[in-house]
Ligand binder design. Structure first.
Ligand SMILES: Cc1cc2nc3c(=O)[nH]c(=O)nc-3n(C[C@H](O)[C@H](O)[C@H](O)COP(=O)(O)OP(=O)(O)OC[C@H]3O[C@@H](n4cnc5c(N)ncnc54)[C@H](O)[C@@H]3O)c2cc1C
Ligand code: FES
Length: 266
């Protein structure tokens, strides 16, 4: 797959709730190739400071107009600078990068678990699963109702979703993994996809393994080059063939890994 740099016209950039932004830009060559799980590497200003691009999962693609959307949270200098870009300006985009979620042909019922802004790359996945007639349920977790990500798109797509909030302001009061435990008892999911904070991913792994359900996790490791050249994103994984722990590059070997493969806290 060819990596492309596009000077993409921003057609929508809005703050949904404080610090949470949706950014849509026209990048037809990237849109044509983008698959669920992949990410784009954005230059957050037109200058060379900061030098490094910032990675964001692909949240949605509209093939008709050749647009790609990302959903991001402002956490530091780079994302704060990105949030200053306006509609009708351009943003320099490299992508699509990384591997993709797999969609086994035998899959019938999938559950998609997203914590906070970790739901961003899973919304495009849910859309593709639904288009392929896989029965899909999305479980969304956030600290409070205002920070639940992706509901509008999921509603528009007609994808089922359920909610857990830490403060109980909407849905189940508690963690999204508690919702997963409850739903696993009721539905016979045959695949689990997840993205979110590390403690959530550890818990999802535990639940998947206890229930013998395969699946995949998308990691959001710190990155530099994004194309496999600097080792800035190395993560310990356990090789299934011989059980040996080795380092994988999240940007090119991932960001998607099989459940059980990632060695957390390493
Ligand atoms: C493949 C991939 C996909 C991603 N997708 C999204 C997405 O869809 N939406 C989104 O909001 N973010 C996403 N991220 C995370 C995003 O890239 C970072 O939040 C961003 O690069 C931070 O840049 P900054 O300059 O604002 O923060 P910095 O100034 O670099 O850091 C600010 C704070 O955030 C922490 N931080 C920075 N990067 C990360 C990271 N990758 N993981 C955890 N903590 C981090 C730093 O430790 C620091 O505490 C993704 C990351 C990867 C690797
Ligand atoms: S970010 Fe450079 S090798 Fe992954």
């Amino acid at each position: 797959m060819r990596k492309i740099v596009e000077h993409a016209l921003i057609i929508r950039h809005r703050e949904i709730v404080p610090t949470y932004f949706e950014l849509e830009f026209i990048a037809p060559d990237i849109a044509r190739q983008a698959l669920p799980g992949q990410f784009v590497h954005l230059r957050v200003t037109r200058s060379l400071d900061p030098l490094l691009r910032r990675p964001f999962g692909i949240y949605n693609v509209e093939q008709k107009i050749g647009s790609v959307t990302v959903f991001y949270r402002v956490v530091g200098r780079g994302t704060a600078m990105l949030s200053d870009l306006h509609t009708a300006e351009t943003v320099d985009v490299l992508g699509p990068l990384g591997n993709t979620f797999s969609i086994p042909s035998t899959m019938q019922r999938a559950v998609v678990v997203g914590g906070g802004v970790g739901i961003a790359p899973l919304v495009y996945l849910a859309r593709v699963l639904a288009e392929r007639k896989v029965e899909v349920m999305v479980l969304l977790g956030a600290s409070t109702a205002g920070f639940l990500v992706g509901r509008d798109i999921l509603k528009r797509l007609g994808v089922d979703y359920m909610v857990a909030t830490d403060d109980g302001s909407e849905g189940l009061k508690g963690h999204v993994t508690e919702l997963l435990e409850r739903m696993i008892d009721r539905k016979r999911f045959d695949y689990i996809y997840a993205c979110g904070p590390e403690p959530m991913m550890v818990k999802v792994t535990e639940i998947a393994q206890q229930n013998g359900i395969p699946g995949e996790l998308s990691l959001e490791e710190h990155m530099a080059c994004g194309i496999g050249a600097c080792l800035g994103c190395a993560k310990k994984v356990r090789r299934p063939a011989d059980g040996q722990d080795v380092y994988a590059k999240v940007c090119t070997d991932g960001p998607v890994f099989r459940i059980g493969e990632v060695v957390f806290n390493a």
